[in-house]
Design a protein around this ligand. Structure first.
Ligand SMILES: Cc1ncc(COP(=O)(O)O)c(C=O)c1O
Length: 384
């Protein structure tokens, strides 16, 4: 047997990859599992986006390799998007780099900035990719707890008491997945001040800014941010385009240079029609976001009902694409409650522990199922 690289031992198969296999097995039975676990937007991108994709396929250049930095019009589209919705000025020539989804940004930013043994501040709970990528690259994880009592904001007093001299990167993500906590301008100011003071690269992962969040905020709008921050964004959630793989990274030109160096050695640009379609999507006005949020609001009310039915009381004030709630005390952890509901009602919800041990006593329900799907889940759970 040829031995895989040692670095693969620091990561496990993604939880959802394992769980989906289990669900596929259960689906061989008569009753199909209702999956309320995964944040995979089920609504369509806008009509204009679709039309542009089709039209651009006929372009003679559509099948060729594309520029590593995207076509200029796409970078301009991102730049206008940031100006319109975040009031941030970004030079489309050198402060924006289109990505194949923001997940790519987690890897290439880490490859560009991390040396083996460097420490990385990672929120607990958080998107598991920050941890797995850090592990793959031999970085040292320094997890910082986000707790409900502190509105899931970092505890800066506790962080200041640590030795921060080896910390290279701090991951930040507001609206926060999985807890739905939002950032205020004051919080972002504190984060930027922290990064500047300790010479830490702050990476704000911002894919949920338009979902159930009235005031989208970019860390790049904070004074001083360009000296220590970069930000990831994505059309996966804001424009219902998760499978299209369109994201971006922005920041000061010299801070993006090492990221670009990595990227040019890893992929060869984004499919031309997808770039053209993304430009259309980025040009949507506020009514686009209102239309998707109208649907998410209705679903959220239903998910609150479902949560109450299983003894959970979610906080009202949550942004993003999920509802997060503490489990009733009678369960050991979210895994126990999730397994029970899957077994008894054939409904899948996500145990909070997959996002870090601070999430052990929580569960997360996605808003990416239709009203009918959530209503059916409620009925199934009522019957058990
Ligand atoms: C916090 C967070 N960041 C990044 C991503 C990756 O999104 P994408 O690569 O589709 O832009 C996700 C996806 O679920 C996420 O929840």
């Amino acid at each position: 047997m040829i031995q895989p690289a040692n670095r693969t031992q620091g990561v496990k198969e993604y939880y959802f990859s394992v769980k989906l296999k289990e669900i596929a097995k259960l689906n061989e039975g008569a009753v199909k599992v209702l999956n309320l676990g995964i944040g995979d937007p089920d609504m369509s991108p806008s009509e204009d986006t679709w039309e542009m994709l089709k039209e651009a396929c006929a372009h003679p250049k559509s099948h060729g390799y594309q520029s590593y930095v995207g076509i200029p019009a796409l970078r301009e589209g991102f730049s206008k998007w940031y100006k319109t919705f975040f009031n941030v000025d970004l030079n489309p020539d050198n402060e924006i780099l289109p990505l194949l989804g923001s997940k790519e940004g987690v890897m290439i930013t880490s490859l560009a900035y991390l040396n083996e043994g460097d420490e990385v501040l990672i929120p607990n709970p958080s998107y598991p990719t920050y941890t797995s990528v850090t592990n793959l690259l031999g970085g040292k994880i320094v997890s910082y707890p986000l707790v409900e009592e502190n509105n899931y904001h970092p505890d800066f007093d506790a962080l200041e008491k640590r030795d921060l001299s080896k910390v290279k990167i701090m991951w930040v993500n507001y609206p926060h997945m999985p807890t739905g906590a939002r950032a205020s301008k004051e919080l972002l100011e504190k984060i930027v001040a922290f990064g500047l003071k300790h010479k830490i690269l702050i990476v704000n992962d911002n894919p949920y800014s338009f979902i159930l969040n009235d005031t989208p905020l970019s860390i790049m709008s904070i004074e001083g941010a360009k000296d220590c921050c970069i930000e990831l964004n994505s059309l996966s959630k804001s424009h219902n385009m998760p499978g299209w793989r369109v994201g971006m990274i922005c920041g000061k030109a010299e801070m993006l240079e090492p990221v670009l160096k990595v990227k040019t050695n890893m992929d060869s640009g984004m499919f031309y029609p997808v770039q053209q379609a993304a430009i259309k999507a980025l040009a949507e006005d506020q009514s686009w976001y209102d239309s998707i949020n109208k649907v998410y609001k209705i679903r959220r009310d239903l998910v609150f009902k479902l949560m109450n039915l299983i003894g959970c009381s979610p906080r009202e004030d949550q942004g993003g694409m999920f509802v997060w709630a503490a489990i009733p005390k009678k369960y050991k952890d979210g895994y126990e409650l999730s397994d029970k509901i899957l077994k008894e009602s054939k409904v899948f919800i996500t145990p909070g522990g997959i996002f870090g041990d601070q999430g052990d006593k929580y569960i997360r329900i996605s808003l990416c199922s239709s009203e009918a799907g959530i209503e059916e889940a409620i009925e199934r759970i009522k019957e058990n």
